[in-house]
Write a protein that binds this ligand. Sequence first.
Ligand code: SAM
Length: 292
Amino acid sequence: MHKDIATPIRTSAILKKYGFSFKKSLGQNFLIDTNILRRIVDHAELTEESAAIEIGPGIGALTEQLAKRSKKVVAFEIDQRLLPILEETLAPYPNTKIIHQDVLKADVKGMIDQELGGIEDLMVVANLPYYVTTPIIMKLLEEKLPIRGIVCMLQKEVADRISAKPGTKDYGSLSIAIQYYTVAETVMIVPKTVFVPQPNVDSAVIRLTRRSEPAVSVRNEDFFFRLIKISFAQRRKTLLNNLTNGLPDGKQKKEAILSALAQAEIDPGRRGETLSMEEFARLSDKLNTEFS
Ligand code: SAM
């Protein structure tokens, strides 16, 4: 039996041995609590037939727990200094593979075909670097990868926005963008004390389960997402105000906007944050021909 990587003593010994210094700019906050890691992995519901894709393995704390509970783990790590460390810490786990690459530039689909072909159940599991949480999640969803979902640690404040429901202060374009592709739940709140160094913000783990079809069907997906951004541009303004300001020639085309709102049965005096995704979809289909 090997000692787990994610204990304060083993982590500090590894960091000391390699003279590793944390780079804040890369969001390096490593987990030092094996119980928390096991609970994160529990939420991914992996089996011996599953594969896990990890973003940012650090010194391998989560990678190790994933390797114990799945068939194969492939992890993308941007920081070259971590490669020799990972080679040592993950040596007991031949079912792990590290790819030295910025995940935002990586061909994740190509990697899946090459490394994980034949494995049906794929999950992304990660303790994300907080400076790029949203771009990473959006990349994984927009590329329509063949994954069952994503279980990841991120800032609690972002987790709240991702899983927010209409009419709440946290509900916005990010909630809709992510809930369009997935069912989003916050499954754990994680204290700062289980990281080195401790982050400045509170953390949470979310589970995003990919939908077989998007939550709503729209004629023009690009326009739908543009409409949502416009509708939340100024949260305190009414929907009509944001639409006339944000849509091309919106001020001149106010009558067309009012007519589309009426056809979609949406009161122009409402604020964007009160509209459900279904209402945005209806409005998008009415406005699409005039404005896209
Ligand atoms: N998984 C480890 C853990 O839980 O202890 C480390 C998590 S730490 C929050 C984030 C990791 O992501 C770091 O190892 C960092 O170097 C890496 N990273 C940062 N930006 C990245 C990027 N764009 N692509 C891949 N890895 C990245």
